[in-house]
Design a protein around this ligand. Structure first.
Ligand code: PLP
Length: 223
């Protein structure tokens, strides 16, 4: 019995394309990451069969286990998108293609160390542009110092900024969060922007997202 992952994926891709068209951007300028956290490997296989290659996972052990279980899927890229504790870095450092939630120096150092012998890990720094309503991410004022220290680490390659602003039905507000992240990125010469989820990925694309992280719209509600 099939699920409707392929259909949902096609619909999300069409929405990504429309948002790109509205923003006057080529569709290749946006990477769609399918967030598969808490979803079974079988659904990831379905998305893969439908051409999806970038998958996002939040939890370190879950990512590690799925990477083993799905090792036969050639060219699949794992994006570690959740905050990491230092003692769990070992589970993702080698299997992740990209890390999206860098916000602590200790984690950055451990990640860098565990990439020895591999290409530097592309990383996004998670920034809190949502104010008090957001619990994770670096305060924008802490960014310059953090950047300077992370740029010294040989095992990491900084590519951009990431944010998970509080969900809101107020479009102007959502745009404001995304624009704030884009301006921060511009100020620090970080061109990639990982922003936008099921709730707001079209607004994020219009505001300049280069990568969107979409779970529910592809795999259904999580329980
Ligand atoms: C779960 C999660 C997503 C996807 O959220 P959906 O609402 O299911 O699209 C994106 N980014 C992060 C950091 C997440 O934890």
């Amino acid at each position: 019995m099939g699920s409707d992952v392929a259909e949902r994926l096609a619909s999300v891709r069409a929405r990504v394309a429309s948002a790109c068209a509205r923003a006057g951007r080529p569709v290749e300028s946006v990477t769609l990451v399918a967030v598969s956290k808490l979803k079974p490997a079988a659904l990831i296989r379905e998305a893969y069969a439908a051409g999806q290659r970038d998958f996002g996972e939040n939890y370190a052990q879950e990512l590690r286990d799925k990477a083993v279980e799905l090792a036969d899927l050639e060219g699949l890229r794992w994006h570690a998108i959740g905050p990491l504790q230092t003692n769990k870095v070992k589970y993702v450092a080698k299997v992740a293609s990209t890390f999206h939630a860098l916000e602590r120096l200790e984690v950055a150092r451990e990640l860098s160390k565990r990439r020895e012998g591999l290409a530097p890990l592309p990383c996004y720094i998670e920034v809190n542009v949502g104010g008090e309503a957001t619990k994770s991410g670096l305060e924008p004022s802490a960014l310059p110092d953090f950047l300077a220290q992370v740029r010294e680490l040989p095992g990491l390659r900084l590519v951009g900024l990431m944010s998970l602003p509080p969900p809101t039905d107020d479009e102007a507000r959502a745009r404001g969060y995304f624009q704030a992240l884009r301006e921060l990125g511009q100020r620090h010469a970080l061109t990639e922007l990982s922003m936008g989820t099921t709730h707001d990925f079209e607004l994020a694309i219009e505001a300049g997202a280069t990568l969107v992280r979409v779970g529910t719209a592809i795999f259904g509600e999580r329980t």
